[in-house]
Design a protein around this ligand. Structure first.
Ligand code: DX5
Ligand code: ZN
Length: 237
């Protein structure tokens, strides 16, 4: 589509560097472009939560909203597809201006989904629910760009961080280091200035936050505060 090809490619940044990814799930959908514009100077990526009413009970947004937002911001779009059949929509997300798509390992046919994302020129991510073990993603680590460890059960914003997931984050980080893999490790759910340091200490480098950013009166300050807390924990201070 004209909108996506008219803009220069968005740079995801270097694998492993700290990134803050505000989740639009907690934004006011009636003021989406305005709110994204406000937070953009303090954001590295924009996290777009897509829920299909099947993989999760909730329904959110789809490719038309991504295409509309694309016209308003040059931010890297990190699309989290909480869907049972993402293969039916990946092309539409790519056309709409998505930069990376992340699908869940729990739905299976992972090899085909990675190949499809690659063929569309998308950065490829795999997500794991809190109770899905590291071993589910291990065979694919050399073929993807991002592992998303859910720190809440997907479906809704504003839930509490599940600290038990940090053991799995550390397993992914150990595998990335052992293999010198160019991989980002993302956490999503209940991230704020208190939990971001724990996530970074365990090995995460992409921090998604919805309510802790868009739920605040000054979202950009909230994003900066999460970045500062994460930097302090990573010794970059
Ligand atoms: C949950 C979504 C998250 C959500 C996080 O299913 O995948 O991205 O927006 O929201 P908070 O930060 O409020 O937990
Ligand atoms: Zn998400």
């Amino acid at each position: 589509m004209e909108e996506s090809t008219a803009m220069p490619p968005r740079d995801p940044g270097r694998a492993g560097e700290l990134r803050i990814a505000p989740s639009v799930l907690s934004a006011d959908f009636g003021l989406l472009a305005e709110q994204v514009g406000e937070v953009a100077p303090s954001a590295d990526w924009l996290h777009v939560d897509v829920m299909d009413g099947h993989f999760v009970p909730n329904v959110t947004i789809g490719p038309p909203v991504v295409a509309s937002l694309r016209r308003h911001t040059p931010l890297f779009f990190d699309c989290h597809l909480m869907m049972t059949e993402p293969e039916r929509y990946l092309q539409s997300f790519a056309d709409a201006g998505a930069d990376g798509c992340t699908v869940h390992v729990e739905i299976g046919h992972t090899d085909e989904l990675i190949a499809q994302m690659r063929s569309l020129g998308l950065r490829a991510g795999l997500a794991l629910n809190p109770d899905t073990p590291f071993e589910a993603v291990q065979p694919y680590l050399g073929d993807i760009d991002l592992v998303l460890c859910m720190t809440v059960f997907p479906g809704f914003g504003g839930q509490s961080f599940i600290a038990d997931v940090m053991g799995k984050v550390a397993q992914v980080r150990a595998a990335v280091e052992a293999g010198s893999l160019p991989l980002d490790i993302e956490v999503d759910g209940g991230i704020d200035t208190t939990t971001a340091p724990d996530a970074v200490t365990a090995g995460a480098n992409v921090l998604v936050a919805g309510s802790a950013i868009f739920g605040q009166p000054q979202p950009w300050e909230a994003a900066d505060a999460i970045r500062a807390s994460a930097r302090a924990a990573s010794g970059q201070g």
